[in-house]
Design a protein around this ligand. Structure first.
Ligand SMILES: [Fe+2]
Length: 374
């Protein structure tokens, strides 16, 4: 059972949890700049026996996780930061307690059998919702993998809005868009349940209402609170339903073109909002075509729109409102179609309500002649 603390200043709770666990050695994974910027360092300074680990990138590799495992011999692990910090902490913790090499679990050759130490997750962005999921993303040999097990879910979650107030505009926009897309993908996922759809709907509504506010007025604490809650709901939603095509197609854009995760997903979302609503003859959801039509219409209604075309335009206008470039071709130069297809996460693509083959992917990611790209 996850214990959640959602109030301003709740980061203070970390000290209490650490002492109630009787922990003497604390392993702290945190982002390089966000830890100072968010004010978390100041709040956690008094805790004794902390070892800090910051050696990881925004798309964390297994080598970085292994570096953390070398230093890991602790009673509790605390993750403070965005999705990468929380994912790295989850993996260092879980892999340190398994019998085989981490690669075996990443490549799904072995299953996770043992739980790690108690994990306290403290997000400093309103984005991935990683604090509420039982999976973690890691890159191995340039490919993205998701490691999943119920033991990966954090034990304690601290949702402290004050930590998100200093998040710069572009990051606020990117992480907020990630949460919005997770909500939308979860809502239309073939694995959705009534429960996940409830979380997803709340996430979509909260984020649509507040994302522009937090970008334009970063100090609006009420809007920040709602974003943090919305992102948390989006994590809870995908924890059940997983993500779908926009996430599946986004990873290669992030790694090859250096586009932050949320921005890359939003670029793809703009296309799939239209694509899924225009291709009901390729529905793969077992609940049938009528069901998927209803789901898509419900999403369009949440946008205040009717039909795929208008909804896609609305989504693009939201991206513009928060300062995100909306043209995939402008943002992502130098990656060709072959590479794009090669980088698509097939497992996540399978959760999309509408099937996509190579030809159909080409409609989403058109080949642009090499000379036009440079
Ligand atoms: Fe995401």
């Amino acid at each position: 059972m996850v214990e959640e603390y959602f109030y301003d200043g709740s980061i203070e709770k970390v000290k209490e949890i650490v002492s109630s666990l009787g922990a003497e050695r604390v392993f702290l994974v945190h982002g390089k700049n966000s830890y100072e910027l968010s004010g978390a360092r100041e709040k956690l300074d008094g805790i004794q026996g902390i070892t800090e680990f910051t050696y990881f990138s925004s798309n964390p590799t297994l080598d970085e996780v292994k570096a953390g495992m070398e230093a890991f011999d602790y009673d509790v692990i605390v993750a403070v930061g965005g999705g990468s910090a929380i994912d790295v902490a989850k993996l260092i913790n879980i892999f340190s307690f398994q019998e085989h090499a981490p690669e075996k679990y990443v490549l799904k050759e072995k299953s996770i059998e043992h739980k790690g130490m108690p994990l306290i997750a403290v997000p400093t962005t309103a984005g991935t919702g990683s604090e509420s999921t039982h999976f973690a993303v890691v890159y191995l040999g340039g490919k993205k993998y998701s490691v999943a097990h119920e033991y990966i879910l954090p034990d304690h979650v601290i949702l402290d809005t004050e930590l998100t107030l200093t998040l710069p505009k572009y990051q606020t926009a990117c992480t907020g868009m990630d949460a919005l897309c997770q909500g939308i993908e979860s809502y239309w996922s073939v694995r959705s349940t009534e429960n996940s759809k409830e979380y997803a709907r709340k996430a979509i509504e909260l984020i649509l209402e507040n994302i522009t506010k937090v970008v334009q007025m970063p100090d609006d604490i009420e809007a920040r609170r709602k974003m943090l809650l919305g992102a948390n709901y989006s994590g809870k939603a995908i924890n059940i339903s997983k993500t779908t095509a926009p996430h599946a197609c986004s990873y290669v854009i992030s790694t090859r073109c250096g586009i932050p995760h949320g921005h890359a997903v939003a670029l793809m979302m703009k296309e799939f909002i239209r694509y899924n609503g225009e291709n009901y003859d390729s529905v793969v959801d077992e609940r049938g075509e009528e069901y998927v039509r209803t789901v898509m219409d419900e999403i369009y209604t949440m946008f205040g729109c009717r039909g795929p075309e208008k909804a896609s335009e609305f989504f693009a206008s939201k991206m513009e409102e928060v300062g995100l470039e909306t043209s995939l071709e402008d943002v992502c130069k130098g990656i060709d179609f072959e590479e794009f297809v090669e980088g698509v996460n097939v497992e996540r693509l399978g959760n999309n309500p509408v099937s996509l083959n190579r030809q159909e992917l080409n409609k989403i990611y058109p080949i642009v002649a090499d000379n036009e790209r440079r």
